[in-house]
Design a protein around this ligand. Structure first.
Ligand code: G3P
Ligand code: MG
Length: 244
């Protein structure tokens, strides 16, 4: 199986991360899937934003959880990136699901709940994905292992993945123990041994954030399940250059 290319926060090198232009561009660049980060507003609406604080990627200040959706939608999530994208709004999960439904893209929803452990985040997101009939092509991931366990309780068949940026002894056993079907690791964690272990235990191994061509080629040759990249166009070009 060819290593899949997942656009990290959309095609985030070319458009503001986690916005519709970044997702649309990823689709145009023929990524296999999209990764995005999910948090909850004050009124419990899932929205797509990486940081707990809106400061870095919008013209606002303060925490996502302290904004209602209506307040959050007034913010500009594009101008920080470039003038071209001024007035680009923050995206709700519902809007993404509506858009992605007719596309053939895979989806990775990363619960951003390792700093603020939002109550009911998993339930709210799961129900929405189910309503849109997208469970089969969605992977739910988190750095928070309690969140993975909660997902398992909601639906033991849901595809889940544990995220880590650290080299952990016994990583694959840990992944199995929490019932995750995959592991998403930072590039520096990747070793041929980890690939072998994951293959032997039937664990999907996806690697982030792979933006250098040489690193992409290494992931492809090792047989990783997928890479997350900000540059899906370059990732495709590199993948095509590898003999089948
Ligand atoms: O889900 C892969 C990757 O997005 C995890 O790190 O900080 O970019 O959300 P981060
Ligand atoms: Mg992420």
């Amino acid at each position: 199986m060819k290593t899949k290319i997942i656009a990290h926060r959309g095609a985030s090198r070319y458009a503001p991360e986690n916005t519709m232009p970044a997702f649309q561009l990823a689709n145009e660049m023929k990524a296999n899937g999209i990764e995005t980060d999910v948090q909850l507003t004050k009124d419990n609406i899932p929205v797509l934003i990486h940081d707990e604080n809106v400061r870095r990627t919008t013209n606002g200040t303060g925490f996502v959880q302290d904004y209602t959706l209506q307040e959050l939608e007034q913010l500009d999530a594009g101008a920080w990136f470039s003038e071209t994208y001024a007035n680009t709004p923050i995206v709700t999960l519902k809007k993404l699901l509506e858009w992605i439904s007719p596309q053939s893209l895979q989806l990775n929803l990363e619960f951003k709940n390792n700093i603020i452990d939002y109550k009911h985040l998993e339930n709210i997101v799961y129900e929405m994905v189910k309503e849109y009939g997208l469970l089969e092509r969605t992977v739910f991931s988190s750095f928070n292992d309690r969140s993975i366990k909660r997902m398992q309780r909601i639906d033991p068949n849901a595809q889940t993945a544990f995220l880590t940026s650290n080299k952990m002894r016994g990583l694959t056993s840990f992944v199995q123990s929490i019932g995750a079907s995959g592991v998403h690791v930072k590039y520096r964690v990747l070793t041929p041994q980890l690939v072998e272990e994951c293959q032997a235990k039937n664990i999907d191994l996806r690697v982030y954030t792979v933006n250098r061509p040489a690193h992409m080629v290494r992931c492809y040759k090792l047989g990783c399940t997928a890479i997350f990249t900000d540059v899906p166009d370059i990732a495709r070009k590199q993948r095509e250059s590898i003999p089948a």
